[in-house]
Design a protein around this ligand. Structure first.
Ligand code: NDP
Ligand code: GDR
Length: 331
């Protein structure tokens, strides 16, 4: 029988890779999408007609109950969130509503309509925040440093709680930063690779940055979504750290991206306090031994390869946009 999956956040970076992956595996994929006044299908344009679209918002329980009822899923991947850490200070309540409380909405919809469905919660290394041990693993205590991190801690524990209270197959994937050419433009990797393309093509002259010393464990989103799926194929529900086990500073990210196109980042980067956060997560480094051993999860793309892939894609896109703009101006 064809398996059915319900994916929230399907228009985002991870949702788009996961939907592709599940379609490839022969799943019937239902994508929950919130209504927007202009369409927002950029990441899923190529598979848009193969996804069964459901309208709903994570903050609206009725719409989630309806979505679970219609999709009758074997697997639910709860990826939707206000996911930008920096936005969680100016919008702490909204972040709490979507990224924390709405996980309970999704769990309730599943518990009421299809309690046997397997559930994946998109938890985050931001929960480790001001880290109390390095590297961080499943047993490392949490110390979140932003309203986003605090919200994710709630999402994590409510997922564990539904597993323990209602015997639901609910897993929490504690994923470290993962990036791709589909990453939102405000996240640091994509902000840098987009700027590198624009600077190289003479469209932008400087890049304004925040803390260049923070260390992150950056992997490729296309590798990480496989771990989500693997978690739901196990005999028992559990929680797993997913990471590369390697960390780099924001400065190294700049060096790799700029030097790839023959530029020196120091000639273009300006520190701007606007991008410095009220509280920083200085260092994240994951130990994913459990995922490797129990899930057999492996990753294919390393840090430099990832950044170069993103620069290549941004060069192509920015060139095409520039050509289009020139054409429009000449008419
Ligand atoms: P994105 O920001 O790219 O995608 C977020 C998705 O959530 C979008 O599809 C967005 O819709 C949707 N969404 C936001 N609010 C609502 C809402 N109220 N109702 C319904 N849908 C909503 O995130 P990523 O793909 O990068 O991340 C996926 C998940 O994994 C998130 O929960 C994130 O917090 C978590 N995570 C991500 C990591 C990473 O490094 N990428 C690491 C660890 C955890 P729209 O397109 O309309 O905005
Ligand atoms: P993060 O990702 O907060 O780790 O959360 P982000 O790319 O936004 O920041 C990474 C680090 O870079 C520093 N930084 C800057 N960041 C941005 N966005 N813009 C800048 O100009 C800039 N300058 C320096 C930040 O201070 C930070 O230290 C991501 C999100 O995907 C979360 O949803 C996810 O849970 C975590 O990763 C794991």
């Amino acid at each position: 029988m064809q398996k059915r999956a319900l994916v929230t956040g399907v228009t985002g970076q991870d949702g788009s890779y996961l939907a592709e992956f599940l379609l490839e595996k022969g799943y019937k994929v239902y994508g929950l999408r919130r209504r927007t006044s202009t369409p927002n299908y950029e990441n899923v344009e190529h598979i848009k007609d193969r996804i069964h679209w459901l309208s709903g918002d994570l903050t609206d329980l009725a719409s989630l109950i309806e979505a679970v009822k219609t999709s009758d899923p074997d697997e639910v991947y709860n990826l939707a969130a206000q996911s930008f850490v920096a936005a969680s200070w100016p919008q702490p309540l909204l972040t709490g509503q979507i990224t924390a409380l709405s996980v309970t909405n999704m769990l309730e919809a599943v518990r009421i309509m299809k309690p046997t469905a397997r559930f994946y919660q998109a938890s985050s290394s931001e929960m480790f925040g001001k880290v109390v041990e390095t590297p961080q693993k499943e047993t490392t205590p949490f110390y979140p440093r932003s309203p986003y991190g605090v919200a994710k801690v709630y999402g994590h524990w409510i997922t564990v709680n539904y597993r323990e209270s209602f015997n639901m197959f609910a897993c929490s994937g504690i994923l470290f930063n993962h990036e791709s050419p589909r990453r939102g433009l405000e996240f640091v990797t994509r902000k840098v690779t987009d700027a590198v393309a624009r600077i190289k093509l003479g469209i932008q002259s400087e890049l304004r940055m925040g803390n260049m010393d923070s260390l992150r464990d950056w992997g490729f989103a296309g590798d990480y979504i496989k771990a989500m799926w693997l978690m739901l194929q196990q005999e028992e529900a559990d929680d797993y750290v997913i990471s590369t086990g390697e960390m780099h500073t924001v400065r190294e990210l700049l060096e790799v991206a700029f030097s790839y196109v023959g530029l020196n980042y120091e000639d273009y980067v300006v520190i701007d306090p606007e991008f410095v956060r009220p509280a920083e997560v200085d260092l994240l480094l994951g130990d994913c031994t459990k995922a490797k051993e129990k899930l057999g999860w492996t990753l294919d793309v390393g840090f430099e390869q990832l950044i170069k892939m993103m620069v290549d894609e941004d060069m192509k896109r920015v060139k095409a946009e520039d050509r289009y703009n020139q054409l429009m101006l000449s008419h």
